[in-house]
Design a protein around this ligand. Sequence first.
Ligand code: ZN
Length: 447
Amino acid sequence: MDTTEILGRIWQSPDLWGDLDAICSCGGRFAGTESEAKARAFLEQRLRDVAGAVRAHTVTYPGWTRERSRVRLLGSAQQELPSTSLVLSPATPPGGVEFDLVDLGRGTTDEFRALHDRIRGRAVLVRHEFPFSLTHVHRRRKYAWAKEAGAAAFLIANNLPGCGVVSGSSGRGEPDDVPAVGLSHEAGEALRRAVEQGPARVLLEVRATRAEATAANLIAEIPGRTDEWVVLCAHYDGHDLAESAMDNASGVAAVLAVFRAVAPQVPQLRRGLRAIFFTVEEWGLLGSSLYLKGLSETERRQIAIAINLDTVVGGRRLSALTSGMNDVGHFVREATATGGAPVTPVSPVQANSDHFNFFLWGIPSFRLIAGYEDPTALTRYLLTPADSRDKVDPAELRVAAMTTAQLVLRACAAAEPVAEHRRPEDVRRTLDMGDPWVSDRVEVRKA
Ligand SMILES: [Zn+2]
């Protein structure tokens, strides 16, 4: 097998950038919108060009349509503040509701504890933070704490000045969910000043509708010599603030480039290559969750490893989130030791993309990500309108795709198992499933 030739194909092809460009041109690809449907049609054709056939795996999910949101600071400093409702936020009554506001700063455990008695019935304000770090506190966690303490509404302000409002998910559409909106850094500052100067009140209005919706994961295969598979996946949905370029047009374009480049080689290798584009990832990893649930035990066992590309540009270094599977980390290190870019395995379990669902079923898996533990990385702009094409360095995209090709070829060709499957019950037992949104330092032992 001539790896050099395959990597050369990726390095030289104009299609990698062309695909990224085309995906971004569809818009942010928020699930349930025209933009997502347009991207799906484009990707279906691109996969068909390589594999000849594509399967659309239907995903039925609790749909939610964002209409408008409004946040108005009341009192002497009154002003309208730009906002966006968080995914699945319940609507408020028309015209909105007035709330007293509590500023919890960043929104750490200590801050929630210190102001616990003042939260009930009020709107809480917390700050977004750089998500790709073991020390960060996830928005969903802050949201859950706010609900537990009896908050009536949830506001999260961008931590970065000058780049607009921050988006993301909030609850899961449960009856006790509270209205939730994302704000700009500047709006957060205006609210902070108002709280400092005395009791602050806000008017909050969220308009949104809910109805069951359908979307589709896209699946294309090149069989190998056995019935084993390497899954190479990326989510194609995003947020409607801009182009969702780093997160995750980068991963999708890289999957396409690798799929194209290795396709002629795969039939001679031990394992086949299955490319999957998941959707509704941004809503709590729904597309991949339903996909895996729909597989038989045998089909899940046939997946030798799942390689999930999510945000593979925006930082100079690449990391692999291996969910405590040490043999997966070993595979990653070995496969990238001799070429491509070095990839650093990060062990703690992180429920931040589709690899987590493979992990829950005990399937060897990891997420390839750029800029981990690097708060200066451009990935700090994720979930804001600044996640646009101009943040994508074409050289970084090429290196990510070539490194992925190296991992895929090694996984498809290896004579021995890539890594061992775990028993799902052991995986779930090891995890504190009450709070899968945080990094747990757990070692998940082999079955
Ligand atoms: Zn993502």
